[in-house]
Design a protein around this ligand. Structure first.
Ligand code: ADP
Ligand code: ASP
Ligand code: MG
Length: 411
């Protein structure tokens, strides 16, 4: 008998019919004798709807109140799924994050899980019930409701699996696994049988929203066996594995990730003295803005141009801070650009192969796509390009790194 945590995403619980289908699926596992804890997201579109409502009151709603509201989406689906299970003869009970006591810090809208009390869940399982837990939400020390950031139900699933020492965490979604790139953008993308935690972490942090990055971090840290599967189609899905050996036989590049959520800021003609980076990025970080890629050039006239990217949500805030820095430092001008995108190739195979980056640049050059920024690590190369070329770039790279499915195999 195994203990399995199964997480179902928004589209998988997007209607009453689908919730009933999920209940039937859970029943099948339970009939085999497994103990099941189910984590659900809100119905698809619901979290966005709630956020839109809040924004009608205020452009920047108070984070505590936003959490009180957006967490209701998951409260609806846990109750509906528990009802659906009970209706087909499966004893079930729903739990909100605070009822379980998923303790988080107090960083509303992006809280981190600190501790999970597994006591209630173990008791319910022992009594023969399926436990249905609300994803995406927790509670802080003072009893305030918190949420874990968009896509956070994945993290609830994995964190629960770690706390309960589950045999496997299964992430059920609307695709049948992790693909070489988003199958909605590249029809020839291929499902991967396996991907390493390290690669999945890069893919998630570089924009592949199939798994929330913190979920992958948790799974790696606590060695939770993690699998991504289709909610309503049979298949092996994708196993996220610690085992790098196997994946060395795979192509050099495992996948291509992309991100449209960034914006680029440039401060030009800054007098080039020691401490420039600190003088620019210190106030940016003090304004709580996270910086991603950074490029600094030295010009001929002893001034430098300094460019960096931030999340698009932070763009206006960062621009304001940068304009005031520019005045203080006597810089020539500040330029902002939101029409950019970041494309990244990811693979542990890069460690043992030279020339990967130049192959990437060649593929982009052939399509006449200008590269604005570059950053590399041991297992990834990222470039910033004009947003309108994003899909073209991803397709070109997918072909250049021989990731395209053989004819007839793509979706
Ligand atoms: P859920 O609501 O189930 O959490 P998400 O929308 O968060 O589902 O994640 C699944 C989506 O992730 C897919 O529909 C797909 O478009 C997207 N996606 C992005 N990159 C990838 C990838 N490399 N492999 C599979 N899916 C991906
Ligand atoms: N409902 C939340 C969201 O839309 C959490 C999740 O779906 O994982 O971001
Ligand atoms: Mg998701």
């Amino acid at each position: 008998m195994a203990l399995i945590v199964q997480k179902f995403g928004g589209t998988s619980v997007g209607s009453v019919e689908r919730i009933e289908q999920v209940a039937a699926k859970v029943k099948k596992f339970r009939d085999k004798g497994d103990d099941i804890v189910v984590v659900v997201s809100a119905m698809s579109g619901e979290t966005n709807r709630l956020i839109d409502l809040a924004k009608q009151i205020s452009e920047q709603p108070v984070a505590r109140e936003l959490d009180v509201m957006v967490s209701t989406g998951e409260q609806v689906t846990i109750a509906l799924l528990a009802m659906a299970l009970i209706k087909i003869g499966v004893p079930a009970v729903s739990y909100t994050g605070s009822q379980v006591r998923i303790l988080t810090d107090s960083a509303h809208t992006k809280a981190r899980i600190l501790q999970i009390d597994s006591q209630h869940i173990h008791k319910e399982l022992k009594a023969g019930r399926v436990v249905v837990v609300a994803g995406f939400q927790g509670v802080d020390e003072d009893g305030n409701i918190t949420t874990l950031g968009r896509g956070g139900s994945d993290t609830t699933g994995v964190a629960l699996a770690a706390a309960l020492k589950a045999d496997e965490c299964q992430i059920y979604t609307d695709v049948d696994g992790v693909y070489t790139t988003d199958p909605r953008v590249v029809a020839k993308a291929q499902r991967l049988d396996k991907i390493t935690f390290e690669e999945m972490l890069e893919m998630a942090s570089l924009g592949s929203k199939v798994l929330q990055i913190r979920a992958v971090e948790f799974a790696g840290k606590y060695s939770v066996p993690l699998r991504v599967l289709h909610s309503f189609q049979e298949g092996p899905g994708t196993l996220i594995t610690l085992d790098e050996e196997e994946s060395m036989e795979q192509p050099i590049i495992s996948g291509i990730a992309f991100n449209r959520d960034e914006a680029k800021l440039t401060i030009r003609g800054v007098p080039d003295t020691p401490g420039v980076a600190f003088k620019i990025l210190g106030p940016i970080s003090a304004a709580n803005v996270e910086v991603d890629m950074i490029v600094q050039n030295v010009a001929h006239d002893n001034t430098t141009d300094f460019t960096f990217t931030v999340h698009r949500n932070d763009y206006h805030n960062a621009l304001q801070v940068l304009e005031s820095i520019a005045r203080d430092m006597g810089a020539r001008e500040v330029i902002g650009d939101v029409d950019i995108a970041k494309v990244s190739i990811v693979g542990v195979g890069m460690r043992s192969h030279a020339g990967v980056a130049s192959r990437m640049f060649e593929a982009l050059a052939k399509e006449n796509i200008n590269i604005q920024m570059i950053s590399t690590s041991e297992i990834k190369v990222s470039v910033v390009i004009e947003e309108k070329y994003l899909e073209l770039a991803v397709r070109a790279l997918h072909t250049a790194f021989e990731l395209d499915a053989p004819a007839g195999k793509g979706e």
